[in-house]
Design a protein around this ligand. Structure first.
Ligand code: SF4
Length: 358
């Protein structure tokens, strides 16, 4: 009884913080098709999409607006982006909800809202101009929608990103990559950088465990790259889920075929949320993935969630010169000469090093 009451209070608070969405098709009989992510939910009057935060009211689609669940200042390396403005301060914000159901989600208290009707305390009302003012005050160079899945609240982020661009602040998503082509077009030219989580290369894992289709995530990576958005890819390596040689080979080949310049972050899993039966990922697995990725031609592969200096630094792909020395999220030395818009140069051999080095 209390649970049902909490649920309806929660929905009421969520719906108060929503506005009409243009990211939809209006169909007969008050049906709408949401175009914000690759699920493309068909939503009937009074119902919600898979993400639970977008809903059909009187035959129109409504999407979240005017609040955040959390906001924080972080070095850009923490997102992780390793080839954009090393050491830059970012302002990250998140809302509520997700279009996936990953059992290892580290932010499940804000993403899996059906599990958490206590999320009421997570509504902090705010306007885009206040977020921008805070970013300017804090000298944040990049604003990032993260913590929960950003594509499901793209209308709100676009408002923020447009104001950010006026103040020469760059904008980014840390996303699960389940975007539609429509939402990527909608966000352009204001989405500068995109970090995409490639969770597995096994279709069944995606459909049964995550709640999506592998091919849609691969398409997002391909589309975003073609559109000129700077991309970095992250894979949380989980034993017996995505660490077999076949998957590691396929992921590496897929990324390298788009561009060997795309950085790939392979990070160590630690048991969390509903996935407590798998062990923490050890360094041997990370190193195996690292070596496979290098063999497949990826120039920039980085280990995360474990300390391993040779796998967190940036080296010149041509002469091996140490270009960026990192210690976890901190930059110890930076040795790239900015060159053109999306590259710098190795000071030793002059090779082009892909990245946004401002
Ligand atoms: S954002 Fe995705 S999951 Fe949410 S309603 Fe739209 S299509 Fe469905």
């Amino acid at each position: 009884m209390l649970k049902r009451q909490n649920h309806s209070n929660f929905k009421r608070e969520l719906d108060k913080r929503s506005s009409l969405s243009p990211l939809c098709l209006k169909l007969n009989n008050s049906l709408v098709r949401c175009l914000a992510c690759a699920h493309k939910c068909l939503i009937s009057e009074g119902a919600r999409g898979i993400c639970k935060v977008r809903f059909n009211k009187n035959g129109s689609l409504y999407a979240p607006r005017g609040y955040i669940s959390s906001m924080g200042l972080d070095p850009i390396e923490k997102k992780p982006f390793f080839h954009i403005a090393p050491g830059a301060k970012t302002l990250s914000y998140g809302m509520l909800g997700c279009n996936f159901k990953c059992p290892f989600c580290q932010n499940h208290t804000i993403s899996q809202i059906s599990d958490n009707f206590d999320c009421l305390e997570n509504f902090h009302d705010i306007e885009p101009s206040q977020i921008i003012d805070y970013a300017i005050n804090q000298n944040a160079k990049i604003i990032i929608s993260t913590y929960n899945e950003p594509v499901i609240t793209s209308e709100w982020s676009l408002e923020i990103f447009k104001l950010a661009a006026e103040k020469q602040i760059k904008s980014a998503y840390v996303s699960n990559g389940y975007a539609s082509e429509e939402v990527l077009n909608f966000l352009m030219p204001y989405l500068d950088f995109l970090n995409i989580d490639l969770k597995t290369f096994n279709s069944e894992n995606y459909s049964k465990v995550i709640g999506g289709k592998l091919e849609n995530v691969l398409q997002t990576i391909q589309h975003a790259y073609k559109m000129g958005i700077w991309i970095e890819i992250v894979t949380l390596l989980i034993k017996d889920f995505n660490t077999d040689d076949a998957q590691l080979n396929s992921m590496s080949e897929f990324i390298a075929n788009i561009s060997p310049d795309i950085p790939w972050h392979i990070t160590a899993f630690h048991p969390s949320y509903k996935m407590t039966d798998k062990p923490s990922t050890d360094e041997a697995i990370i190193r195996k993935a690292f070596n496979i990725a290098k063999e497949k031609g990826l120039k920039y592969v980085y280990a995360g969630n474990i300390q391993s200096s040779d796998m967190e630094n940036t080296y010149c792909h041509c002469c091996g010169e140490l270009l960026i020395e990192r210690n976890c999220y901190f930059i110890k030395s930076f040795n790239i000469k900015p060159d053109c818009e999306k590259a710098g140069k190795c000071p030793k051999c002059g090779s082009s090093i892909a990245g946004i080095w401002f």
